[in-house]
Design a protein around this ligand. Structure first.
Ligand SMILES: [Cu+2]
Length: 350
């Protein structure tokens, strides 16, 4: 009888451990864990990101200064009406993303992961006269929303012990949304006109990417230290595509209790500028120049994970929240500045 009690306490305890809040990374980290044979998990992530103001090679720049920047398309033949200088200035951009994911482990060594991402973008811009006094003409908005990309990955469990686990990530990502969407803009001639929206406002770049990565999660006393390296490389180039991406995450987690944990994360992302170009994208605005994309950004995230019973079932429901603030932005050329990102997630093992 005594043995039975000990055994059931042990089983209860080990169940609780795998269901603890701290057993998953902050929600902004993808592919942070793998599963045991036969396990299924579904997840939903909602992200809200804002960009405000502009930076030139990482330094703040005013609207007046931007109006003095050359318009690279001004000297193109056939572009008689193009102003010599930039005349349309992005003021604010909001991106909302919804990510649906599923994980399944056919064995203890391999976990398969599929994801689909939907995004919605909105940008507010100010238009100034193309020449003379460069008077402010007005403000307008452009937007786009579409299913943006799908990915399929395999996580390979290299090592799994009580105090450390390692896994490799191999995946393919296909960008599938629209990439030649048009929008109404206010031109520096003070006319409304429909143009192909600049790269950053398109839902997709149609590229195909290879994802490779490695994750380590270890216990250090009562804390968890996670490290992840991710590389996304374009393997099927189109007319244009966003550059290759390198991302590094390091996070430290502590537990308030079995069911709630907190985290601090540093995220470093370095992306190349856009390769190629779309001949139709030509406007006196920074976002029409493929060079004004990419660069490196270092951010800090504060997160919170909790597990509890909401929908019932064999496993608990997991809710997570993370707020991310950039601390150093060295973006290429002239770009909008990243502001806060908020991410909320729900995960459930079936
Ligand atoms: Cu999972």
């Amino acid at each position: 009888m005594f043995r039975l009690i000990i055994l059931s306490i042990l089983i209860l305890f080990s169940n609780n451990l795998s269901a603890s809040a701290i057993s998953h990374a902050p929600i902004g980290v993808m592919a942070d864990h793998f599963h045991k044979k036969g396990e299924w998990m579904v997840s939903l992530r909602v992200t809200h990101m804002e960009m405000k103001k502009n930076i030139l090679n990482g330094e703040s720049i005013s609207n007046d200064e931007i109006l003095k920047q050359p318009n690279p398309y001004a000297t193109m033949p056939m572009m008689m009406k193009m102003p010599m200088n930039l005349s349309v200035i992005p003021q604010k951009m909001t991106m909302k993303m919804i990510m649906l994911g599923a994980m399944y482990a056919p064995s203890d060594k391999v976990t398969l992961m599929g994801m689909a991402m939907f995004n919605d973008k909105e940008m507010t811009l100010d238009t100034y006269q193309g020449m003379m006094q460069r008077k402010y003409l007005g403000s307008f908005e452009t937007s786009s929303s579409d299913l943006s990309k799908v990915s399929f990955s395999a996580l390979y469990n290299l090592h799994d012990s009580d105090d450390s686990r390692w896994h490799l990530i191999f995946g393919l990502e296909k960008s599938i949304g629209e990439n030649s969407k048009k929008g109404m803009v206010l031109t520096p001639m003070n006319m409304k006109s429909s143009i192909t929206l600049p790269y950053g406002m398109q839902s997709s770049d149609s590229a195909f990417r290879l994802i490779t990565g490695i994750t380590n999660v270890r216990n250090i006393k009562d804390f968890i230290l996670g490290n992840q390296l991710l590389v996304k490389k374009v393997i099927d180039e189109k007319d244009w595509n966003y550059g290759d991406e390198f991302e590094y995450n390091i996070w430290l987690q502590g537990a308030f209790s079995q069911s709630t944990s907190y985290s601090v994360r540093l995220n470093y992302k370095d992306q190349d500028s856009i390769d190629g170009r779309d001949e139709r994208i030509m406007a006196p605005v920074q976002t029409a120049n493929p060079f004004n994309y990419g660069g490196d950004v270092l951010s800090i995230g504060l997160g919170f994970n909790t597990v509890f019973d909401l929908f019932g079932g064999k496993h608990k429901d997991r809710f997570s929240f993370e707020i991310i603030k950039p601390i150093d932005q060295n973006k290429n050329g002239l770009q909008m500045k990243d502001d806060l990102t908020i991410q909320i997630g729900f995960q459930k093992m079936l």
